[in-house]
Write a protein that binds this ligand. Structure first.
Ligand code: BGC
Length: 561
């Protein structure tokens, strides 16, 4: 298929309408019975993914890797790790996904490689002034770039490590086994473009660019978000678009909105970027029963170029990062959500959504409603749609990457292998284990979380206001109630929610919509017509509404008694 016809099939700017399901091949479904998820298993589960109502899959790294950082330590960028299958299996998966109109975003671990990558192995052995050595960032001292912070503060004490073979220090922003590539070297940039074209030719629709702010370092700076990094990203986009105009670049830049916004450039850099600071503020808002955290960060979020889109999320494969909050706020969130210190990792919390919400269905729904209502393409983390738990006993972030719980069967229906052979153990405790929480049971239950997620995703998809619309906060006289309107032409949705655990009443400033009737989206019930400046609403704890503001519908007169 030509790039042009593929683009036509998918429509322009599809990323603006994306609803992304984020998963790890390793933990999703094991078809060959070796205990490790694989592409064949994932392909078999595409009907399930499609049934959720998502239209994009983002895959964690699946490349050959020693696996010391969940695959973010790559040894071969143009291959599939044999435990997950072959490049052919990958292509079969992509074709099957495209047949369902599901796009594929793959992880591109662009900042660093594994220290076992042949590039690093040649670099350390090569002469100091050689082409090979120049693939990475070296120094005779560990004092260069001293203004650069350490990211994995629980495991690393320096961004430099001594390599006895090279007789020099090498630079790494993450684990010491992940040397940073040298993007000041044009040969490295060319290598990267080759890798990207390789996967585009296999049909992928986009890349999540891992850890982009750190690509290039410079003395006397923080070595983050440098102009040369932005120039590099623009170069990548421009060059790729010559052959693959449909490619989507999604920036992983854990930054304040103003700096994250820069990754869109003038619409000529990344098409999407994660909105990191919004995420912890959603958790703050519900913990404090206050709309302020969300309102404040959204007000600090500047408009983005028309063709761009934020990616927003509640949880992902990493710790719930608290880097983008103040120290006081971080301590508050740690106390609130990670009282058990084992749940804390680096500057974050390694827990899944349902345990964070104490398995409270009302709060889980509320958070999903916010995720699906706020501006941006929502990213759902596999397993959260059924309320899966985590395993705090596992190391690093493995506790939130356990096998998908398909059924109350051996190994949660994930694999036929002996349990001891599984990539990670399935969760088996009484509260969150696969006997209590699994896809099969929830499919059979009309009121399950899974079926609720399907319903709200379907509703969201039928209103362009959510994906494409403007957003305006609406005044309320009760800080526990958040209210905003998403509007795309005549499609206007009032999103309103009670963030507190007690019943609340509020007056909402809707004078602009005088004469409109709010119609509740899930059931179609008409609410009283908006007649006064202040519109009164009442809520049960954690209750929410999506209300279409309908100009032409009347709620009807009251009968005389
Ligand atoms: C990924 C992490 C990974 C790190 C280093 C992050 O952005 O999300 O899972 O450990 O990059 O590659």
């Amino acid at each position: 298929m030509t790039a042009k016809s593929r683009n036509e099939r998918r429509g322009p700017l599809w990323h603006k309408d994306a609803v992304i399901y984020h998963l790890h091949v390793r933990s999703f479904s094991d078809a060959n019975g070796d205990g490790i998820g694989d592409f064949a298993g994932l392909t078999q589960k595409l009907d399930y993914i499609e049934s959720l109502g998502v239209n994009t899959i983002w895959l964690l790294p699946f490349y050959p890797s020693p696996g010391r950082d969940g695959g973010y330590d790559v040894t071969d960028y143009t291959n599939v790790s044999p435990e997950y299958g072959s490049v052919r299996d990958f292509e079969v998966f992509v074709t099957a996904a495209h047949q369902r109109n599901i796009r594929i975003i793959v992880e591109l671990v662009i900042n660093h490689t594994s220290d076992e990558h042949p590039w690093f192995q040649s670099a350390r052995r090569a002469r100091a002034d050689s082409k090979e050595r120049d693939y990475y960032v070296w120094s005779d001292t560990d004092e260069k770039f001293a203004g650069t912070r350490i990211i994995f503060i629980d495991s690393e004490t320096s961004n430099w490590s001594w390599d006895p073979v090279a007789g020099a220090y090498y630079w790494h922003r993450f684990y010491a086994h992940q040397p940073d590539l040298n993007f000041r070297n044009p040969i490295v940039v060319e290598e990267l473009l080759k890798i990207m074209r390789f996967w585009l030719d296999k049909g992928v629709d986009g890349f999540r660019l891992d850890a982009v702010p750190h690509l290039i370092e410079r003395e006397k700076t923080k070595s983050e978000n440098l102009p040369e990094t932005h120039a590099l990203l623009k170069h990548l986009r421009r060059t790729l678009e010559e052959t693959h105009p449909e490619v989507i670049l999604l920036a992983e830049a854990n930054l304040w909105p103003k700096e994250a916004r820069e990754y869109f450039g003038e619409g000529d850099e990344c098409h999407m970027a994660f909105h990191f600071p919004l995420m912890p503020r959603i958790f703050s808002a519900v913990a404090k029963a206050s709309s302020k955290p969300i309102k404040t960060i959204m007000r600090q979020t500047l408009p983005i170029p028309d063709d761009c889109q934020w990616a927003i999320f509640l949880r992902n494969h990493d710790e719930l990062t608290l880097e983008m909050v103040s120290e006081a706020e971080r301590n508050f969130l740690w106390e609130k959500y990670a009282a058990d210190k084992r749940a804390r990792l680096n500057l974050g919390i390694r827990r899944r959504l349902s345990p964070l919400m104490d398995q409270d269905r009302r709060r889980i729904e509320l958070l999903h409603m916010l995720l699906l209502s706020l501006p941006g393409s929502p990213v759902l983390y596999y397993g959260d749609e059924i309320g899966m738990g985590d395993n705090i006993e596992l190391g690093d972030r493995d506790g939130v990457r356990t096998p998908m719980q398909w059924a109350d069967e051996k190994n949660a229906g994930f694999s036929n292998a002996p349990p001891s052979a599984l990539a990670l153990p399935v969760i088996a405790n009484a509260q969150f284990g696969y006997a209590a929480i699994n896809v099969k049971d929830q499919e059979d239950d009309a009121h399950s979380l899974l079926n609720w997620v399907r319903q709200v995703l379907a509703l969201r998809a039928s209103h362009t206001a959510f994906a494409r619309g403007q957003m305006r906060f609406v005044k309320t006289d009760n800080d526990s109630v958040i209210a905003f309107v998403r509007a795309d032409g005549d499609d206007r949705i009032l999103c309103v929610a009670n963030l507190s655990n007690t019943a609340q009443a509020t007056q909402i400033g809707l004078s602009k919509f005088n004469g409109f009737t709010p119609v509740e989206l899930t059931g179609g019930a008409a609410f009283p017509i908006i007649e006064h400046k202040a519109y009164a609403m009442t809520f049960q704890p954690y209750a929410y509404f999506w209300l279409k503001l309908d100009k032409n519908r009347s709620a009807g007169d009251l009968d005389a008694e």
